[in-house]
Design a protein. Structure first.
Ligand SMILES: Nc1ncnc2c1ncn2[C@@H]1O[C@H](COP(=O)(O)OP(=O)(O)OP(=O)(O)O)[C@@H](O)[C@H]1O
Ligand SMILES: [Mg+2]
Lengths: 329, 252
């Protein structure tokens, strides 16, 4: 526990000094990391903790992003934090509205239903040009400063301040979801994953619990989308609702470590680093990420987060064998 | 008074009728056994009583109230617990966590996302007590799927009892157990269901005659006879029905 706290403090210190040491390019990369990580963790709440594979999580990300864009475009003078929170709530509301359908299905049917809803919103947003700007999207609104009246007023269009804004919100969101997994309702969630029938027979309301999880997951995905909107000052169907937006966090979960809470964060970081490293050759990047994906599934099913343990296990086995041979000799 | 009563209960699976006008009565505080050959409809009877399926006809009364077709979680909250013929625990969770799920439900901690589950002292204490009483304290950190078969079955039964139900329904609690495991489980059930109402499906006649105050015989979806063990043993219809059935013929 003490050691964990120490690590946490060290990580925090690094994150705080990061933008002062590195340039705006790296700082912006960290913002994208904060968004991706929050998004992936919110999806992981469904995948690893409720046992539901969603192919349409871009739906919530998109609602949050469009929500923020519309609010900031049309409601001048609204505080930034409020706009972002409202966008998250809009995504949670979508989760609530869809839950009567989503709680009823499991496994492949759930996956297909989420895919359908995701694609539906993609098409709807492409067609409703008056509201969403169609293929062009929404852009060019003036983002209000992050203000605490009388204390500070920060212009989040500057790399330094969007960095703290995005990392702060993302960190709080991830922390909240982590806490949720540790609560009684979190235990019920995990038990639904393991054996839904038994949860029902023990007296828990599976349907209602799932609805809460959909709202929660939707909220944080929407929050990620809203931060994305503020960061990019541009929201388009291709950028926030496309099927690849749903697959990106799935990749992060699988690469980082399915079944763990923190794996998806690691996975998001690794995928971003890979994308940066191969930036000059976009086709190559896709091929490499595909290969890495296959390699992880085949050789490291626990994901990157299990790498240390695997290495230690391998090392111990080697040492053990050597010792056995020495004794035998 | 009857804690459980079914009236003309029928069930069919898309035309295949499995239960015919079943009228089962379980008295308050009694230990009731349901016996019958494979495929008689015992598990199906449990399923329509506990809300897995809605019966295609008839009525189920629990504590005098109509509970026909009520969902399992509602029945659990009214004091009906159930274990399964095919072990159905949270296999990837520890024994402690498995039992804790039952205890949390009993204590009404079902919809709480503010507190840490590890900080719920009364829940933890209660869970430890149950673990001690079922003899699984040493295995508290073992994953359910890593338990020996006998202990996994014992956990299955104990989970049904962890919610402290007024009536517990056990579907073949000793299925597939060795002689020693069966003996230990019988003792466990005897101890845990003391003063409670209990219905069990059971094939092992030694277990039935050790535990049951009354027996109901289900035969091809109909009740053949119902009464105290001595009466069932002497019943001619039951003897005729089981004639030739090795398992039963050496008992009767
Ligand atoms: N879900 C289902 N769909 C169709 N038929 C079913 C279903 N469940 C059970 N049956 C049929 O209903 C009949 C009764 O089955 P049930 O499982 O209730 O018997 P049982 O008395 O519990 O037997 P056993 O002693 O083997 O556990 C069987 O013929 C079975 O094939
Ligand atoms: Mg059965």
């Amino acid at each position: 526990m003490k050691r964990h706290l120490l690590w946490l403090m060290a990580a925090l210190a690094v994150l705080i000094v990061f933008p002062f040491i590195f340039g705006p390019l790296q700082t912006n990369l960290m913002v994208r990391f904060a968004i991706e990580a929050l998004f992936a963790v919110s999806l992981n709440l469904l995948l690893s903790f409720t046992g539901l594979l969603s192919f349409g999580h871009a739906l919530y990300f998109g609602v949050g992003a469009y929500g923020a864009a519309l609010i900031l475009t049309h409601l001048e003078g609204i505080p930034l934090v409020l706009a972002v929170l409202l966008s998250g709530l809009a995504a949670a509301l979508v989760g609530l509205l869809l839950s009567p359908l989503l709680v009823r299905v499991r496994a492949t049917a759930f996956t297909m239903l989420t895919l359908a809803f995701g694609q539906l919103l993609y098409v709807l947003c492409s067609k409703f040009r008056e509201v969403t700007g169609g293929e062009d999207g929404i852009m060019g609104w003036t983002t209000p400063p992050l203000r605490l009246p009388g204390v500070f007023s920060l212009d989040v269009t500057q790399p330094l301040y969007i960095y703290f804004f995005a990392l702060g919100l993302s960190g709080l969101g991830i922390l909240a979801m982590w806490y949720f997994t540790k609560t009684p309702m979190g235990s019920v969630m995990i038990s639904i994953r393991d054996n839904q029938k038994r949860v029902d027979y023990l007296g828990y309301q599976v349907v209602l619990t799932k609805a809460v999880i959909f709202c929660l997951s939707g909220f944080f995905a929407g929050l990620a989308g809203a931060i994305y909107a503020v960061f990019n000052n541009l929201v388009s169907v291709g950028g926030v609702l496309h099927i690849m937006v749903s697959f990106q966090p799935l990749m992060a979960i699988l690469v980082g470590g399915i079944g763990t809470f923190f794996g998806p964060i690691l996975g998001s970081g690794l995928l971003l680093m890979l994308e940066e490293a191969t930036q000059a050759y976009p086709e190559l990047a896709q091929m490499i990420s595909g290969l890495i994906f296959i390699a992880v599934v085949l050789f490291l099913p626990g994901g990157a987060i299990s790498f240390g343990a695997r290495l230690r296990g391998w090392w111990q086995k080697r040492a053990y064998l050597r010792k056995a041979r020495e004794i035998a000799a | 008074m009857n804690i459980l009563e079914t009236k003309a209960l029928c069930h069919d699976f898309k035309g295949l009728q499995v239960l015919f006008d079943v009228g089962l009565t379980v008295r308050q505080g009694e230990h009731h056994a349901i016996i019958g050959p494979n495929g008689a409809g015992k598990t199906t009877l449990f399923n329509v009583i506990t809300g897995t399926y809605r019966p295609s006809g008839g009525q189920v009364l629990f504590k005098g109230q109509d509970i026909t077709g009520l969902q399992p979680y509602k029945l659990a909250r009214r004091g009906l617990g159930r274990s399964f013929q095919i072990t159905s625990t949270f296999e990837k969770q520890t024994v402690f966590q498995n039992i804790r799920m039952g205890v949390m439900s009993r204590m009404g901690v079902r919809f709480d996302c503010w507190r840490r589950v590890a900080g719920l002292d009364s829940v933890a204490r209660e869970t430890e007590e149950i673990l001690a009483s079922i003899g699984l304290t040493a295995e508290r950190e073992v994953l359910a799927c890593q338990l020996s078969y006998g202990k996994h079955r014992a956990l299955e039964v104990s989970m049904a009892l962890a919610t402290n139900p007024d009536l517990v329904m056990l579907d073949e609690p000793t299925a597939g157990m060795s002689k020693e495991e069966t003996h230990a489980t019988v003792e466990l059930i005897k101890r845990l269901t003391q003063g409670k109402s209990m219905v069990m499906v059971e094939h092992d006649m030694d277990v039935v005659f050790t535990l049951a105050d009354r027996i109901t015989v289900l035969y091809y979806g109909s009740i053949l006879a119902s009464g105290p063990p001595g009466e069932i043993r002497e019943n001619q219809a039951v003897r005729d029905a089981y004639l030739g059935d090795m398992e039963f013929s050496n008992v009767f």
